[in-house]
Design a protein around this ligand. Sequence first.
Ligand code: HBI
Ligand code: FE
Length: 296
Amino acid sequence: MSAEPRRVEHQQTDKGYVPVYTTAVVEQPWSSYSKDDHATWATLFRRQREILRGRASREFIANQERFGMSADAIPRYEELNAVLGKATGWQLVGVEGLLPELTFFDHLANRRFPVTWWIRRPDQIDYIAEPDLFHDLFGHVPLLLNPIFADYMQAYGRGGVKAHGISAEALVNLTRLYWYTVEFGLIREADGLRIYGSGIVSSKGESIHCLESPAPNRIGFDLERIMRTRYRIDTYQKTYFVIDSYEQLIEATLPDFTPLYERLATQASIPAGEVLDGDRVFHRGTGEGWSGEGDV
Ligand code: HBI
Ligand code: FE
């Protein structure tokens, strides 16, 4: 018998919030989930699926269904892996909490997606600072069934290993790309703007805010612009970037970023909420529609 995996969370100290990192890969201790754990999954699953109707990317919902994810119980990684392996060759691996950056990148570069084995407590239903099972499974795993997005995630992992060896600044630039696409990305679909970012789909408030609030900017995807844009981790985003298709992500990621990092090192970063000349800004049209300036 191997020991039960640990639940590694941030620590609150007199210096404030301190993230704690762990590198272990663990078996999902599925039979140790309590009734409360399954109930938390069920509550969040039902609530988010309801909110995401007409808001999430078609691909996201279709893939959750293809996995057979439901409110009934916390999914078993083994069952998801059977579907995922056949579709794109990705595999989920259980982890205890936040991974050091290089460990995280190494998993992605090898088509392994780290999924936190534990789920948030009932008092954390509406907000938890770090990734838990709900965020990782509900939010990240569905798009790994999409071959294009699956390749993008691997390219990001490889890019991360490389950026780690270049400079701390290069890593900051690359991390912004992950943040504004994988975590907080919007996509333009036939019916209008839709959500694909995991940080959004796993949050009730932000799922509504990102599409309906007049406050944030919605700007067309631009690799260099994203890499220069700071972001907030403690509030809803002030800016979302909109892709036209998942292909756009992989195409933008094909070239070697080394010369880009060199150019970015000479430029100032952009505050999270700023709009620049040349940004392709999306506005809500009449009715429900969104349109990009310049192509209306
Ligand atoms: N670890 N388990 C886990 N999940 C993440 O999403 C994660 C991580 N470690 C680092 C990290 N994300 C980010 O710093 C990456 O963008 C580099
Ligand atoms: Fe995430």
